[in-house]
Design a protein around this ligand. Structure first.
Ligand code: SF4
Length: 239
């Protein structure tokens, strides 16, 4: 089984369907697992991460502090070149204190492998650090209160690329109400440093709508090629 077929299988996409759709198409780009790019995890940055985490853990800026079990700050490699951003913690994330656990988390892990960036090598965070009760959508005032933390995480991480997963994350990060279907397939910009940002579907949505996994596969190939391009540019800039 080819590498591409293994990825499709991991995502739960029927291989016969993929072959039919891929007829005449180009093969996926080879993985670029190099670790070129600026490293930013010196002592000062590590201390800044610690301080930010402690600040979030005691945050009472919005009313979600009253109902949370704990804050969900984020997890992963603080030198990661890819930052994954979801919406908000769910029930299991609230219990465990880590984003994207459970079935949706497992599918996200498969998606990240398909994008050539396994979970261990990326950083994962949410727009909101506390769980909205009943998993309701985040309210604008809650996003406004919490988003500065995410901006500071981006400043510390300086990722080459951001992957926004799901409609809520994408629309809040890009300050738009454009449907997710129209946000996919292009490179947006996020924050003061105009970080490149790509949008795809939330794994929880893909579990409910498996027929959309093929579109997610297209997005992940886009992430892979864009990340490779950005790494090459970053390397060239350091020469
Ligand atoms: S959601 Fe964000 S702003 Fe609201 S209490 Fe939690 S950490 Fe603070």
């Amino acid at each position: 089984m080819s590498r591409r077929e293994q990825y499709l299988q991991a995502l739960g996409v029927d291989i016969w369907q993929a072959r039919a759709a891929a007829a005449g198409g180009a093969a996926s780009a080879a993985a670029d697992a190099s670790s070129a790019g600026a490293t930013n995890d010196d002592g000062d940055v590590a201390l800044a991460w610690q301080r930010l985490r402690a600040e979030v853990a005691s945050c009472t800026r919005c009313e979600l502090c009253r109902t949370r079990t704990q804050t969900v700050f984020g997890v992963g490699d603080t030198r990661a070149q890819l930052l994954v951003i979801g919406e908000a913690p769910g029930a299991e994330e609230d219990r465990q204190g880590e984003p994207f656990v459970g079935r949706a988390g497992q599918l996200l892990n498969s998606m990240l492998r398909a994008a050539g960036s396994p979970r261990e090598g990326v950083y994962i965070a949410n727009v909101l650090k506390c769980r909205p009760p009943g998993n309701r959508d985040p309210r604008p005032d809650e996003v406004a209160s919490c988003l500065p933390y995410l901006h500071r995480q981006v400043e510390l991480l300086q990722p080459l690329l951001i992957l926004a997963v799901g409609r809520i994350a994408a629309q809040n990060l890009l300050a738009t109400d454009t449907p997710i279907g129209r946000l996919r397939g292009q490179v947006h910009r996020f924050g003061a440093s105009a970080r490149p940002l790509i949008v795809t579907y939330h794994p929880a949505y893909l579990l409910r709508s498996p027929s959309e996994k093929r579109k997610a596969w297209v997005d992940l190939k886009f992430v892979r090629t864009e990340l490779a391009r950005l790494r090459t540019s970053a390397r060239a800039a350091t020469i």
